[in-house]
Design a protein around this ligand. Structure first.
Ligand code: APR
Length: 236
């Protein structure tokens, strides 16, 4: 394989699994404990905002107690070498990529550590708990703040930027994602259609494994550092 010069990397919950952060669809994953309709939709939030805040407060606290693992650190090393020739897109709302040293992370499903006001649309860094009566720091209203994450049925963020990065890439890699949620699960097809080499690094074949030209299976904290070392070796 020739040395890639522009890489798009897509990560999912599997990259944070080795940090002790639950994935969604594995056995005893998040969606085996919570009904996504109640805690990850605008309708669920309207019906019971206190339940949704409790769900995200627990996840925010869980992530704060976790530490980045070798896979997050390997992607930070890759960025240090590739700079803006690596586009790191994550479906994850945790900040483990940033805490591992990645500076440019596209959070297409938003971020746990941010709150958004549904009244004035301001967005605020939010590392602590959110409650129904928490007032918006900008407009002062209460009962208007929500986690700045993308819920089912809402539009993912930065789609134009992601499409542009894929169109200029010469390698697309997906790491730790089940390939079951679109549009992220469709990025590999976009890359393939443009003749871009693709590879998935996952614990087991994802739902769209068929769409990848290459694949390696194992725990992200083991296989991602090895893959990054290979890429950096080629890039030297
Ligand atoms: N190393 C690598 N991969 C792993 C590991 C691990 N240690 N543990 C689990 N995996 C893999 C699983 O095999 C699975 O393919 O990670 C993937 C996790 O899949 P999901 O739980 O579906 O998570 P993800 O693909 O990120 O979900 C996408 O769905 O619920 C929404 O918004 C949520 O962003 C999320 C989106």
């Amino acid at each position: 394989m020739i040395a890639p010069t522009r890489i798009v990397a897509l990560t999912g919950a599997g990259i944070s699994a080795d940090s002790g952060v639950s994935t969604f669809r594995d056995r005893d994953g998040v969606w085996s404990k919570y009904d996504w309709r109640e805690v990850a939709t605008a309708e669920g939030f309207a019906a019971n905002p206190a339940l949704v805040h409790a769900f995200y407060n627990a996840r925010r606290a869980g992530v704060a107690a976790a530490r980045p693992n070798a896979a997050h650190e390997a992607l930070a090393r890759l960025e240090a070498q590739f700079s803006n020739r690596l586009t790191l897109v994550t479906q994850n709302v945790d900040d483990l990529h940033e805490r591992a040293g990645s500076r440019r992370v596209i959070h297409m499903h938003g971020e746990l550590q941010k709150a958004r006001c549904t009244a004035c649309l301001s967005v605020h860094p939010w590392p602590h708990d959110l409650a129904v009566e928490t007032p918006c720091p900008a407009c002062g209203r209460d009962r208007v703040l929500r986690p700045d994450v993308v819920w089912f049925g809402e539009f993912p963020m930065f789609m134009d930027e992601i499409a542009a990065a894929i169109s200029q890439a010469d390698l697309f890699v997906a790491i730790g994602t089940s390939g079951s949620v679109y549009p992220a699960a469709g990025f590999v097809a976009e890359a393939s259609a443009q003749g871009i080499p693709t590879i998935e690094l996952n614990l087991e074949p994802s739902e769209n494994a068929f769409a990848f030209a290459n694949a390696r299976y194992g725990r992200a904290s083991e296989i991602v550092p090895l893959w990054v070392d290979e890429i950096l070796g080629k890039a030297r």
